[in-house]
Design a protein around this ligand. Structure first.
Ligand SMILES: *Cc1c(COP(=O)(O)O)cnc(C)c1O
Length: 457
């Protein structure tokens, strides 16, 4: 592996490869890190560095790297039938079996899968089908979808519009019409002296206020990440989603849970809807559905929605060449088999998750950390200039990046959004690896503090 010529690959990369979510000019100067190998919770780069991946790639490698069974499942399916579509009255066995498996796993009556290649495309699908659902029932004006400021629902036109990232909206003239946003729950910045329950109700009320402002006869659906990932792992109060559910039912607004990060065990439950105890009408899946080994997404619909689409929808004028791709479906089925047979989600809920939470909360005692939040195996450390004040650093993002780079030098991959250090390790992380993670994180916090001339831990 170390025989790779890093420098020449970096030059080719700079010359020919536009990186997503990067300042490409700055990256070209600095040189890309080239990853070459993965095993369990570790990855290696082309210079031979071993890194503990506490971010599971991009929130996705739930079963860890290097599981041969997934490669074998792909190889078997490619050899037998590499591709067939689900368009013209056809489909393939793994596609059907995966749809049935998802129906079994998803909470309540989310029994109907529409397949895409990614989370973004699944959300595009949802936007179209939700509007179609109301239109065929004689309510074409009920077409507004409400999302949240700073939410993330992908990078396609619909995904980025449903999301509330201002920087994304600036590029490409988004959001498209009839998408509105409300403020998300983020107690650390916004909760004042409200207790958890009061704050949960306060934030959910923003949805009802928005519905009343727009008129319930105009609002088709509300979409949210149960735990907001990309913006910095905002974990809402426990009662927030129950309240949101109540408000949606009251005004006949469909409830969409974007479970692209939370699904497949991230919270210690199979889905965050189980974790928070609410029932979505629609759910978006991707990432952990294949543990990132191959691209796949799905939108899950309830019986009620499927019934309307069946009986009144006519031909579904929507689909991707690779909707329900048999190789991706076969890999997803094998991934889910491993999650179930090896009781990975259970272990995470009852053993390693609580252990990680304990260690993560201890990192919260570091002078640089204003808050350590965690649910199951997804969390964040909020870096601040002076505890216990909940004020941010003035030039938000600089310290987070500094800490991320220092952690990398210490052999630990964490992501930084502004000054939040984000955690989302493979669900198979062991207690010993949690110890290693916590030790490297503490050391990195110390080194960051020293660099800033702040007190160390
Ligand atoms: C990653 C993500 C998406 C987009 O999925 P892609 O596969 O990158 O298109 C959508 N929603 C959430 C919550 C995500 O984290």
């Amino acid at each position: 592996m170390e025989s790779i010529d890093t420098r020449s690959l970096q030059q080719l990369d700079a010359a020919h490869h536009l990186h997503p979510f990067n300042d490409n000019a700055a990256l070209a100067k600095k040189g890309t890190r080239i990853l070459t190998r993965g095993e369990g919770c570790y990855v290696w780069d082309s210079e031979g560095n071993q890194l503990l991946d506490a971010f599971a790639g991009l929130w996705c490698v739930n079963i860890g790297y290097g599981r041969r069974e997934l490669g074998e499942a792909a190889s078997r399916q490619m050899t037998q039938l590499a591709y067939y579509n689900s368009f013209f009255g056809c489909t393939t066995e793994p596609t059907v079996r995966l749809a049935a498996k998802l129906a079994e796993l998803c909470p309540g009556d989310l029994n109907h899968a529409f397949f895409s290649n990614s989370g973004s495309e699944a959300n595009d699908t949802i936007l179209r089908l939700v509007r179609h659902y109301w239109a065929v029932q004689g309510e074409p004006q009920k077409n507004i979808v409400i999302g949240r400021h700073n939410g993330y629902h992908g990078s396609t036109v619909a995904g980025a519009s449903l999301g509330g990232m201002k920087g994304m909206h600036k590029q490409g003239g988004l959001p498209i019409p009839d998408i509105h946003h409300i403020d998300p729950p983020f107690w650390f910045a916004d909760g004042g002296d409200m207790d958890e329950e009061t704050y949960g109700r306060h934030c959910a009320q923003r949805l009802e206020d928005k519905i009343l402002e727009l008129g319930a006869d105009r609002v088709a659906a509300f979409i949210g990440e149960p735990i907001m990932g990309a913006i910095g792992v905002y974990i809402p109060p426990k009662n927030y989603w129950k309240e949101i559910e109540r408000i949606c039912r009251k005004h006949d607004v469909l409830l969409i849970a974007d479970e692209v990060i939370c699904g497949f065990g991230r919270t210690g439950e199979w889905f965050a809807a189980d974790y928070f105890g609410f029932q979505p009408d629609i759910m978006t899946l991707a990432k952990g559905i294949t543990s990132g080994y191959i691209p796949l997404g799905a939108a899950m619909f309830s019986d009620r929605i499927a019934k309307v689409l069946h009986e009144k929808g006519g031909e579904l004028a929507h689909g991707y060449t690779y909707s329900g791709h048999p190789v991706c479906a076969a890999v997803a089925l094998e991934n889910i088999r491993i999650l179930q047979d090896e009781k990975i989600v259970d272990t995470c809920r009852t053993d390693t998750g609580p252990y990680l939470a304990k260690k993560w909360k201890q990192l919260g005692e570091h002078p640089l950390v204003g808050e350590a939040r965690i649910a199951g195996m997804v969390g964040a450390l909020e870096l601040v200039p002076s505890k216990p004040s909940r004020a941010f650093f003035e030039d938000r993002g600089r310290v987070g990046q500094l800490c991320r780079d220092i952690a990398l030098k210490n052999g630990l991959i964490l992501r930084a959004t502004y000054d939040s250090m984000l955690l989302s390790p493979p669900l198979v992380i062991s207690r010993a690896q949690v110890d290693e993670l916590a030790e490297k994180a503490w050391k990195s916090l110390d080194m960051t503090a020293r660099e800033l001339g702040m007190p160390t831990g």
